[in-house]
Design a binder for this molecule. Sequence first.
Ligand SMILES: *[C@@H]1O[C@H](CO)[C@@H](O)[C@H](O)[C@H]1NC(C)=O
Length: 357
Amino acid sequence: MPPAANRASLRAKWLVLRMCLVVFGIASCMVLVIDARQSRWVSKLMRGGTSGSQAPATPFEGIRTLSAAASEPAELHDAIAAERFQQGSVLDWDPEAYRAKTGGGIPRVLHHIFLDGEQEYDRLVEEKESGFKREWRDSCVGNHSDWTYLFWDRESAQIFLDTHYPWFSATFKGYPKTVLQGDALRPFLMHAFGGLYIDLDVQCFRSVEESLLGQDIVLQSEYKGGRDVVNSIMASVPGHPFWKAIITEMLEKWHHAHGHVDTDVVLDAGGPRLYGDIFRKFTGGSLRTPAFVGAHQVLGSRIAVYGLGTWFVPCEFEDAVCHARMAQEVQQGRLREELVGWHHYSGSWLAGIPKGK
Ligand SMILES: *[C@@H]1O[C@H](CO)[C@@H](O)[C@H](O)[C@H]1NC(C)=O
């Protein structure tokens, strides 16, 4: 395509995509971008039919083309690249192929995320009111001393995304709140590395390894009734399609939020509600009970969900009596067999986020 037409086409594509984003959201629009090549009315638009006549060729054509390419709307670029990611990424693994190649198993990689960095973390744990304790982090690192430990701050996260998911870099940088960035990073870490992700307000009683045996994904439900899975504690093999489904929906929800942030957006666009929705869709007909807790066979992979009272969650978030009892037990050195750790819920993700509807 000659440069001028290329530019006009980009402009038209961007126009159509923008209209589409407003009306339908990103997933439908990515389909449109792909379909556009076959669709006659759109290709007319792309040839510049409705966006004015083409500029005459000049000696500066190449230069202007370069600047036009440089100002290509980031969202258009991201949408096309995201679509490519959907179709296939070098970091994808089919769960069965993964087992065949590696013998299976969730890799021994422990991820912590604290985007404001190590120094800020040091400051936080010194602050009494913060409720964060260094010993919790140390207990998890210490009980997985033969694992690879990855501590993610904003800089390392950005480098990771720039390298492996460059189409997501700008979106990541553009999130207006740290909590959104932290949530968004998790499924990418699971997709690329696998391993165990836990929040920094989780204490470990022992190694998680035994509880992961034979599983492709292990998730935690934190509420009575077990109709939820959370993103504060999760383990996985790398490249699993579940993470791709999470990433896709996460991007769509975020685009629908139009940059607005409240507690609902946080829960929906990267937080627990997103995980619940995708888990329900993903397990589809295989979900025999309304509760997520238990063992699931999905697309040739094994997913285990631990419920309230097991794995890392002895107590519901607000159950002060239960947390006090736990504190006593732990102090006396009585650690329950069914628990590998304790989510203390000191994380203050709500700070500075306006309440949703
Ligand atoms: C393992 O966890 C327990 C309980 O949190 C802790 O007391 C112990 O120091 C940890 N082990 C190591 C090697 O860090």
